[in-house]
Design a protein around this ligand. Sequence first.
Ligand SMILES: [Zn+2]
Length: 221
Amino acid sequence: MTPNTPDQALAELYAGNRRFVTGVPHHPNQDAGHRTAVADGQHPFAVIVGCSDSRLAAEIIFDRGLGDLFVVRTAGHTVGPEVLGSVEYAVTVLGTPLVVVLGHDSCGAIQAARDSVSTGTSPAGHLGALVDAVAPSLLRAARDGIVDADGILDVHIAQTVEHMLARSSVLADRVAAGDCAVVGMSYRLAKGEVRTVAQVPDHPLPAPAAPADAAPAALAG
Ligand SMILES: [Zn+2]
């Protein structure tokens, strides 16, 4: 069954991530039959706005397949007009009920921005724009006295969630109507595990630590 509410979608992602972490992935929806079945239309249950990092492949870390996830990736999950347009397409045209901002530890984009801020220099070419997009998160972290890499990452993920909602009234309206939720997740490269660091709205979504086999019971409600 395809999840069609924000909390069902989030539970499904956590269940898939747990399968991946524990080394028992099901690789759902990756067979030839499913490939044919989804050729005529897609109904992805989650949008993933993730970092481009090669170790952060959404379908792998959430143990999903074709037609499940609508994925937009930029280095440092920076969010410009094309990203917002892609997200709005998924939530309005495809009816996707969940948007996830997916960041991770040891993020090169965040490190590049930290280097740029600390040295007062800007990288050449379009990399400068990427650093400029991450810099406000660094300033916010500094204002809040957060100096450790994990803390800065959490701030950047939360800031990306807020930034998307502030800049996309289309997305904000879907969230206000209860049709969609936006969740910020942090991924650990070595453990393969995600955890929620921000979510809007903050009430109906299930506890992140729920084991995979508890998900169906939660869905029954
Ligand atoms: Zn990254």
